[in-house]
Design a protein around this ligand. Structure first.
Ligand SMILES: [Zn+2]
Length: 400
C-alpha cells in the first residue's frame, strides 16, 4: 500500500466507522479511479478502484486523536537500566552552584550519570563553567564539557587561531568538540563571503589537531531530508514544517541534503585519524541500509541517537539488528534537555512494548515499539562506547 497523507488516513478511519450506509443496504455510489491513480482530495479508496467521501466533515490532523483500543502490557522505564552518558547534552543549568544541584536532581531521576554539555563553550566561559563543575563535590564527575569551534571569518590566519583556542580549551578541561552545528554547511560564510563548505580544506588543520589531541568531534549536519521536500500532503513532516517555517530549506537558498552529506563524508574520510560522532544518526535512521554503508566505509565515525527515536521505534526489528551489528559505534544522546522525555528512549531501547506514543506529535504521526536490546548492547550504547572514545571521563564505578 502506498503511503497516504494523514488527512486521508483519518478520512479512511472515519469512512469505515459510520455503519449507516452499509446498514441502509449497501455502499453509496463512489468515484472510480484507474489502477495507479489516487482518490481525489477528500475521498478515500473504500473498494479497489472506488473512492468515497465520508458522510461527516473530516477532522484536521490536529484534531483527529483516536483512542487506541489495543490491549497490551505496558512497561514504563522512568530510569535507565544502566547509568547513561548523554553525549548530546544541552543542559541549561550550568550557570550557578544552585542550578547545578537542580541538574543533579534531574539526572538522578532519569538515570543519567554523566551529561556531556555539547554547548560549544570556549575560552573564558569554558574556564568558568569547568571551575563551577569542579567545585561541586556532587557534580564534578557528572558533567563534562565540549568546546566549540568558531567558524566565522574562515580565511588567512583562521586555522592557527582556531587550533590555538582548541589547545587552550583542552587544557581548561574540554573532553571533545561540539556540537558542530548544522550552520556549518547550511549557512556559515567565509571571510570572502562564499559559503563555507564542510569539507573546505581550510578547516583540516582543526580536524587534524582534534585527532592529535584525542578530542572526538561531535557534528550535526543537515536536518531530516523532508525539510528539503515540497510541503505538501505527502511530506512526513508537514506538521512540523507548518509549525516552524524556518525549518524549510528552499533549493534556491540552501545546499541540498545530499550535498551537505557528501561534504561531511568527504571531510570525515580525509581525516581518518580523527574520531567523529555524527549526531542524529546522520538523519539516516529512516534509511538504515544507507547508514550501515556509511558505518562500513568510515571506521573513524560513530553515531549518536538524539531526536531520531521516532525512526528507531517504528522499525523495531531492523533497528534491533542494526544496534546489535554496530553496537560498538552507537552512543546515547538526547539533545534538547527535557527530563520527562528521556524515559521514551529507555522504553524503546529496553522493552518489547508495542504501539506506544512518541513525545512529540509533530515529529511522528505514528507509534513506537520497543527494540529490546540485549544488556551488553545497552551498556555499550549507554556508556561503554562513550568511555572508550572520550578521555577525561570518570572511569570508576560503571557496571562491568
Ligand atoms: Zn544539539
Amino acid at each position: 500500500m502506498t503511503l497516504r497523507p494523514l488527512a486521508l488516513a483519518a478520512l479512511a478511519a472515519l469512512a469505515i466507522a459510520p455503519a449507516t450506509a452499509a446498514a441502509q443496504g449497501g455502499m453509496r455510489a463512489g468515484t472510480p479511479i484507474k489502477p495507479g491513480e489516487e482518490c481525489p482530495a477528500g475521498m478515500t479508496e473504500v473498494r479497489p478502484g472506488n473512492c468515497q467521501a465520508p458522510t461527516l466533515p473530516a477532522p484536521s490532523i490536529l484534531d483527529y486523536r483516536p483512542r487506541s483500543t489495543l490491549v497490551t502490557t505496558e512497561h514504563l522505564v522512568p530510569k535507565a537500566k544502566y547509568p547513561a552518558i548523554d553525549y548530546h547534552g544541552h543542559p541549561t543549568q550550568l550557570g550557578s552552584a544552585e542550578a547545578l544541584e537542580r541538574l543533579g536532581d534531574d539526572l538522578d531521576r532519569i538515570g543519567v550519570r554523566v551529561i556531556v554539555a555539547a554547548n560549544n563553550i570556549s575560552g573564558d566561559n569554558l574556564v568558568r563553567t569547568a571551575a563551577l563543575v569542579a567545585a561541586s563535590p556532587r557534580m564534578k564527575d557528572r558533567v563534562r564539557l565540549l568546546t566549540g569551534i568558531n567558524f566565522s571569518g574562515v580565511g588567512p590566519g583562521w586555522a592557527e587561531r582556531a587550533v590555538a583556542q582548541l589547545e587552550a580549551d583542552v587544557k581548561a578541561g574540554a573532553v571533545g568538540i561540539g556540537e558542530i552545528g548544522k550552520g556549518l554547511g547550511l549557512s556559515t560564510r567565509k571571510a570572502d563571503g562564499t559559503r563555507l563548505r564542510i569539507d573546505d580544506p581550510a578547516l583540516d588543520p582543526v580536524w587534524q589537531a582534534a585527532g592529535r589531541l584525542k578530542m572526538p568531534v561531535f557534528i550535526h549536519t543537515a536536518d531530516p531530508s523532508e525539510f528539503w521536500q515540497p510541503i505538501d500532503y505527502k511530506n512526513e513532516r508537514w506538521l512540523e514544517l507548518a509549525l516552524f517555517p524556518n525549518r524549510r530549506y528552499p533549493a534556491d537558498q540552501y545546499p541540498s541534503f545530499e550535498e551537505l552529506n557528501r561534504e561531511r563524508d568527504a571531510m570525515i574520510r580525509r581525516n581518518p585519524g580523527t574520531t567523529f560522532v555524527v549526531a542524529h544518526m546522520s538523519w539516516y535512521a529512516n534509511d538504515l541500509p544507507r547508514l550501515a554503508k556509511m558505518m562500513d566505509e568510515m571506521p573513524n565515525m560513530l553515531v549518536e541517537v538524539g531526536a531520531v527515536l521516532y525512526d528507531i521505534g517504528r522499525q523495531p526489528r531492523a533497528a534491533r539488528d542494526f544496534f546489535i551489528k554496530y553496537q560498538d559505534r552507537i552512543l546515547f544522546g538526547k539533545d534538547s534537555f527535557q527530563p520527562d522525555e528521556y524515559p521514551y528512549y529507555w522504553r524503546v531501547f529496553e522493552t518489547r512494548d508495542d504501539y506506544f506514543d512518541y513525545y512529540r506529535d509533530y515529529h511522528a504521526t505514528w507509534k513506537l515499539y520497543g527494540i529490546d536490546l540485549p544488556d551488553e548492547v545497552l551498556k555499550k550504547v549507554y556508556y561503554k562506547n562513550a568511555l572508550r572514545i572520550t578521555g577525561g571521563m570518570p572511569q570508576q564505578g560503571w557496571p562491568r
